[in-house]
Design a protein around this ligand. Structure first.
Ligand SMILES: [Zn+2]
Length: 684
């Protein structure tokens, strides 16, 4: 194992980084038996660390032996859990995926009891009494740990705490069940070859056939192209109605229970509503701020959405030669797609020919290397989980190791179906004392672009390129971070900020200079022609008013669900009927479209009822405010400007979650942040 001193001039941080060898990737070959053995060991390890911390006499407590010891108690454990979790999502072996799922379930269940240890909380309180003077990072770590303990209910009397724990366990069970019900939904429509008019051959070839008819299901890769391209409006309606009922009554019943449990939990913890509880650790901090954010924008966005709908209504009238035709909910994707072709006049399939994956990847590497003064090196013959998977090392200009990442790009049976970046190793300083070596981060991008075949390279749509660029932004955010503590790495930034750096980098794929770097025709190698690049760029605002209005309407629905108690509703929580009524009311108030009469739509909203984004769906638009504001500097100073890229690396990427997010943004901007750029981008 090699290691050396890594001196970063910008930050004056001495970072000596360990280098990984092939041995460090042998976990990719874990068998079911290996996985089964791991979790009990991890649980034992965690218990031992906690015991050690509890035993320290209060007068001998220090930041290192109490706060740092707590924060780093997961370092080793999480590295095993991340790997098992990744294998659950990518292993080509079904047996391994199953044992990984079992191991994760067991681990999560056991950890609830270990983490809810009042004596640990008392240790933190005892340390706090010493009022030790701390630097910024250490003070933030202490603040974050204290807040998370308060939120776990440690200040409550024992009986209340027990009640809370029971409710939390029950809530987690219901949320998982809710997501499972939507994922498992096998609803579908059957169509004839004629009813597939408008769809590409490659799409049709991918569909299953039953009794001579084609089957179109509700999963995105089948649903979205059908809604965008199928000429047959009756079949579009049939599919949209099925989609509006995904999850069904059983999920609406679960949703009611979930909402009730969430408000009970907030109640026990002393918060006014569940929204107050959820938003407290985020950048927004207060629900009132979120409401004023949404409510100040929605009326303006509604006007933009009306204009967007009027445009496609005109198109529908021309198309059907019917002056009275109205846009229906099942027409939106179809005519929006038609309008795009008509207004910007480029053929999406021709565009794809300029973007074979190999070329795009080289281009993405070139752009990021320039921007952040780094290099990428492909590592061959390392053990990995599949032959299509690639491992890279990130180095600085002096060839010092910074971090590692894996690309797993093509679909496989049983693999995670979307695009995301998974953690494998959270980089951090190995020990508390100054000048100890750092462990480099390792992450993996998991995506699903078409696999190359003979004479047919993997050609990427512009949307797929944007997604690739976005996810690569997450890799950069995590891998270039220099936080000393794993608890302050980039992925630990507040949930309503964590998307901002990647959202900002999406702007690069809407720039001609960058499109030239990313392109190379799969036959001739030619760069994308100017006119095509310009047409593509001008299509950026296409339908953006409607899309933004829809996102924010969903965010409002989510927020309203989680403050219901304060609205003194007689029959709180909402039952199945009231949930769909609130959905209809919110959507039809802010979007100029009547929704499906078959609407059970809250039943499919896993983002909020499945956990994660509850009272947090607003975060996607909220973080865009900061993404747009930060991008202004690149817009002015140049999209490949090394100085600007260097500042961005120094103030945002390298700092991770070691400072308040707003402070990071403002130190990069050199001024207060504002929403002007965001509004301008929306056309307001
Ligand atoms: Zn993202």
């Amino acid at each position: 194992m090699l290691s050396w001193r890594y001196k970063n001039k910008i930050n004056n941080v001495n970072m000596q980084k360990t280098e990984y060898t092939k041995k460090d990737f042998l976990w990719t070959k874990w068998t079911s038996k290996d996985i089964e053995k791991i979790v009990p060991k991890l649980i034992k390890e965690k218990k031992e660390i906690y015991e050690k911390i509890k035993k320290i006499p209060n007068e001998k407590r220090t930041f290192k032996n109490t706060i740092y010891a707590l924060a780093s108690s997961d370092d080793n454990i999480s590295h095993f859990i991340y790997k098992i979790y990744l294998l659950l999502n990518v292993s080509p072996n079904k047996k391994i995926r199953e044992s990984a799922q079992k191991a994760i379930d067991f681990f999560e269940k056991e950890m609830v009891d270990i983490l809810h240890d009042k004596k640990i909380y008392e240790a933190v309180k005892a340390y706090k009494k010493q009022k030790e003077k701390l630097n910024t990072e250490d003070a933030k770590l202490l603040k974050d740990i204290s807040l998370s303990y308060k939120r776990m209910g440690f200040d409550l009397p024992e009986k209340k705490q027990k009640e809370l724990k029971e409710k939390q366990k029950k809530l987690a069970k219901f949320e998982t069940q809710f997501s499972k019900n939507t994922n498992d939904c096998k609803d579908q429509i059957r169509v004839s070859k004629k009813e597939l008019l408008g769809l590409e051959d490659s799409y049709i070839k991918g569909l299953k056939k039953k009794n001579g008819k084609y089957v179109v299901g509700l999963q995105y890769p089948e649903l979205i192209p059908f809604m965008q391209m199928a000429k047959n409006s009756k079949k579009r309606k049939e599919l949209a109605d099925k989609s509006a009922q995904k999850g069904g009554i059983k999920n609406l019943k679960l949703a009611k229970e979930i909402l009730k449990l969430r408000e009970d939990i907030a109640d026990i913890l002393g918060y006014e509503t569940y929204a107050d509880y959820k938003i407290e650790p985020k950048m927004a901090k207060k629900k009132e701020k979120v409401f004023s954010f949404i409510e100040s924008l929605l009326p303006k966005l509604k006007n933009l959405a009306k204009k967007d709908i009027a445009k496609i209504e005109k198109l529908k009238r021309e198309d059907l030669k019917d002056k009275k035709a109205k846009i229906k909910y099942y027409d939106i994707a179809y005519y929006a797609n038609k309008l795009k072709e008509k207004e910007y006049g480029f053929d999406v399939n021709k565009l794809k020919e300029y973007f074979p994956f190999k070329k795009v990847k080289e281009g993405v590497f070139e752009v990021y290397a320039k921007l952040f003064s780094i290099e990428f090196e492909k590592l061959e013959n390392y053990p990995l989980w599949h032959k299509d998977v690639e491992l890279y090392k990130i180095k600085d200009k002096k060839q010092n190791t910074i971090a590692y990442f894996v690309l797993d790009m093509y679909p496989r049976e049983g693999k995670y179906g979307h695009a995301a970046v998974f953690e494998i190793v959270d980089g951090h300083q190995k020990d508390f004392s100054e000048n100890t070596p750092f462990l480099p981060s390792v992450v993996s991008m998991v995506a699903n672009i078409p696999k190359p075949k003979k004479n047919n390279p993997s050609l990427m749509s512009h949307y797929e390129i944007e997604t690739f660029f976005h996810e690569f932004g997450h890799i950069m955010h995590q891998c270039l971070c220099q936080s000393k503590y794993s608890a302050q790495l980039s992925f630990k930034t507040a949930w309503d900020f964590v998307e901002a750096p990647s959202q900002m980098l999406e702007n690069w794929v809407w720039n001609k200079k960058i499109l030239k770097i990313l392109s190379g025709h799969y036959k001739s190698g030619a760069k994308i022609p100017d006119e095509l690049a310009e047409a593509l760029i001008s299509s950026k605002k296409h339908f953006s008013g409607y899309d933004a209005a829809r996102q924010l309407s969903l965010a409002l629905f989510d927020m309203e669900l989680h403050i219901k108690k304060t609205q003194k509703k007689k029959n709180y929580p909402l039952d199945e009927k009231e949930l769909t009524v609130l959905w209809k009311k919110t959507m039809e108030k802010w979007l100029p479209i009547k929704i499906s009469s078959k609407n059970l739509q809250p039943a499919a909203f896993s983002h909020i009822f499945g956990g994660g984004y509850s009272a947090g769906y607003y975060g996607y638009m909220w973080s865009k405010v900061y993404a747009s504001d930060m991008f202004l500097r690149f817009k002015k100073e140049g999209i490949l400007n090394k100085k600007t890229g260097g500042d961005y690396k120094k103030y945002i990427l390298q700092k991770g979650a070691s400072r308040e997010e707003l402070k990071l943004v403002e130190s990069f901007l050199g001024r207060k942040a504002n929403n002007k750029a965001f509004l301008k981008e929306l056309g307001l």
